[in-house]
Design a protein around this ligand. Structure first.
Ligand SMILES: *[C@@H]1O[C@H](CO)[C@@H](O)[C@H](O)[C@H]1NC(C)=O
Ligand SMILES: *[C@@H]1O[C@H](CO)[C@@H](O)[C@H](O)[C@H]1NC(C)=O
Ligand SMILES: *[C@@H]1O[C@H](CO)[C@@H](O)[C@H](O)[C@H]1NC(C)=O
Ligand SMILES: *[C@@H]1O[C@H](CO)[C@@H](O)[C@H](O)[C@H]1NC(C)=O
Ligand SMILES: *[C@@H]1O[C@H](CO)[C@@H](O)[C@H](O)[C@H]1NC(C)=O
Length: 260
């Protein structure tokens, strides 16, 4: 594995030496250095961050279990108080097994995405304390005008899981995608932690991954746009604080346009 990585770096650099394209003509870095977007060797964020062409790029796609290490996961969930329902529910293993069953996810995910995703998970669940929304049953999350995913009498579509999936339409769409009866059994999201993480990953792939390239702020707007433009600056700064912290832990540059 390591050998293949090194030889492909070597080949890319070799190609760089002989190619006439402006992008790669300067690239001939030693294997421990990154080749920047502009073809310079180095180890700073400018070299190894966004646009990095070869070498130990921080944007490289490591297997998900090497990004979400036990240390990283425990570092979050350990901050939640004892007695939180989520503390015995959410596990690194259930996250990884959900990641494994989300098509192409574990081989395409980046460190930056994990930082962004877990920043939202942490904020939504208060460091994995909550499985279900506090006082969720007191709110009505049924859109009766939705004919495709009609509410099942007696079922509550309040926030559940790492992304706090809410509303009949979301439970319906997500259930279709995961081939699980989430409209008739929304409680599955709060009782099976692999299912719970799969709902978070579903939402990530559908709504958040596509906008992350515009910056972390765009993901806040996609998850809860009411917080943006001064709507809830406390929530925005909490999310961005977690994001910066996780980027630092995972060794990636948080990029531009972090707030909204
Ligand atoms: C989290 O808590 C566990 C159990 O108390 C401990 O073994 C582990 O070292 C802690 N990890 C971190 C990163 O704080
Ligand atoms: C993910 O899938 C691979 C291959 O199927 C398997 O070896 C690995 O144990 C799985 N990991 C988890 C956490 O389920
Ligand atoms: C990722 O998942 C695929 C199947 O979806 C599996 O073949 C592969 O081994 C998994 N890799 C890891 C690191 O879990
Ligand atoms: C939940 O409901 C209880 C009792 O009605 C109330 O005291 C508490 O402030 C509510 N919590 C939130 C977060 O709304
Ligand atoms: C949780 O759901 C998954 C399907 O997504 C299933 O394979 C697994 O057996 C369930 N676990 C439990 C404890 O019911």
């Amino acid at each position: 594995m390591a050998l293949t990585k090194i030889s492909s770096v070597f080949l890319i650099c070799l190609f760089g030496f002989y190619s006439q394209t402006a992008k790669s003509q300067f690239c001939g870095c030693s294997p421990i250095r990154c080749c920047s977007q502009y073809g310079f060797c180095g180890i700073t964020d400018q070299h190894c961050g966004s646009g990095c062409q070869s070498g130990p790029c921080r944007t490289s796609r490591d297997p998900v279990d090497e990004i979400v290490t036990k240390k990283f996961f425990d570092g979050i969930i350990n901050q939640t108080r004892n007695g939180c329902a989520g503390k015995r529910f959410y596990t690194r293993e259930s996250f990884l097994s959900a990641a494994n069953t989300t098509l192409n996810f574990n081989s395409t995910v980046t460190r930056l995405e994990i930082a962004a995703m877990f920043a939202h998970f942490t904020h939504e669940t208060e460091h994995f304390c909550y499985i279900e929304e506090v006082n969720g049953t007191s709110r009505d999350y049924c859109d009766e005008n939705n004919m495709q995913y009609p509410c099942v009498p007696g079922k509550g579509y309040y926030g559940r899981g790492p992304i706090q999936l809410s509303w009949n339409i979301m439970y319906g769409e997500c259930g279709d995608n995961l081939k699980l009866p989430l409209l008739s059994q929304p409680e599955l999201v709060g009782s099976n932690s692999t299912v719970s993480f799969r709902t978070g990953l579903w939402f990530w792939m559908k709504s958040l991954r596509p906008v992350l390239k515009e910056g972390f702020g765009a993901t806040i707007r996609a998850i809860n746009g009411m917080e943006c433009d001064g709507g809830n600056s406390g929530a925005v700064s909490a999310r961005t604080g977690y994001y910066r912290d996780y980027c630092r832990q995972l060794g990636v540059d948080p990029g531009a346009n972090i707030t909204c």
